[in-house]
Every structure is written in structure tokens, then in C-alpha cells.
Design a binder for this molecule. Structure first.
Ligand SMILES: C[S@@+](CC[C@H](N)C(=O)[O-])C[C@H]1O[C@@H](n2cnc3c(N)ncnc32)[C@H](O)[C@@H]1O
Length: 141
């Protein structure tokens, strides 16, 4: 993160770097599947069924440009890109989270339409009208 980040952002980084530094394994996948219905490396409470509602309400389809703010490892933006064929930008502060998301995008063969941007949601480096839809799950907590 840029050194000019706020104290709150530094605290966010400290809190989440450790969490995202631990990769997924068989046990974490099993828990995630049992609790929210997916295994995308979620770090929140949004269920797969709720993510599906988001995709439906936002009308995601091939060509839609989706921004996931505070995406963590890509939940739900990466999942939605895979499911609906839209493009997605995953955006968060800890690089560990974005690396994991990029690796999963490669594994899912969607890296051609899923990008990662390390940035604070306070200062997004995008021009107006860059996106058709924005999601954020468990970020304003
Ligand atoms: C509880 S996690 C949720 C992650 C993901 N959306 C999910 O549901 O699994 C909250 C995320 O918001 C990110 N975050 C918090 N403040 C942020 C900010 N100012 N800019 C960008 N991301 C932020 C954190 O780094 C963290 O990854």
C-alpha cells in the first residue's frame, strides 16, 4: 500500500495480510463449502446463493464490466465472472489476496477477462464509466 494510506487502511492491511497469507487447503475448502456453498476463498459471510442474486440483479453477462471492491481473493467478483462470462476487476489492499485471486482466475481459465488492481477504495485509479456494475461484500464492516 502507498505510504500515504490512512491509519485505518494500515490497520486493515495488518489485519488481513496474515489472513490472506494462509492459503486454502482441504479443510478450509470443506468449511467454506459447508457454510456458504462455495470454495472461492471467501473471507466473509456472503453465501453462494446471495452471490447468485447479485449476478442476477446486476444483469451480468458477457461484455459487462464488473468491479469488485474489497474483493479479497475474488469473492464474489471472480466467481461472478466465471459464472456469467463478464469481465471483472478485483481490487483490494493486501497483495496476497490479489495474488490468490489471480491464481484462481488462471486455474479457472478466466484470467483473460479478470484483472487485479491494488488500490484503496478511497482513491480508485479508474476513469469515469469504466464499469457497468460494482459489488462489495463484507467490506463496509
Ligand atoms: C471481510 S473481507 C471481505 C472480502 C471479500 N469481499 C469476501 O467477501 O470474501 C473485507 C475486505 O475489504 C478490504 N478493504 C477494507 N478496506 C478497504 C479499502 N479502503 N480499500 C480496499 N479494500 C478494503 C479488506 O482488505 C478485505 O479484503
Amino acid at each position: 500500500m502507498a505510504p500515504e494510506g490512512t491509519k485505518a487502511e494500515r490497520q486493515t492491511l495488518d489485519r488481513f495480510i496474515a489472513r490472506y497469507g494462509v492459503g486454502q487447503n482441504e479443510a478450509t475448502r470443506a468449511v467454506e463449502l459447508a457454510v456458504i456453498g462455495g470454495d472461492w476463498g471467501a473471507n466473509g459471510y456472503t453465501t453462494l446463493a446471495q452471490a447468485d442474486v447479485l449476478g442476477q440483479v446486476l444483469g451480468l453477462e458477457p461484455g459487462t464490466r464488473l468491479l469488485d471492491l474489497g474483493s479479497g481473493r475474488g469473492w464474489p467478483g471472480l466467481y461472478l465472472a466465471k459464472r456469467h462470462g463478464c469481465t471483472a476487476v478485483l481490487s483490494d489492499l493486501p497483495v496476497e489476496a490479489l495474488r490468490a485471486g489471480a491464481a484462481r482466475a488462471r486455474a479457472e481459465k478466466v484470467s483473460g477477462r479478470v484483472g487485479s488492481v491494488l488500490a484503496s477504495a478511497r482513491h480508485l485509479p479508474f476513469t469515469p464509466d469504466s464499469f457497468d456494475a460494482i459489488v462489495h461484500t463484507d467490506v463496509l464492516c
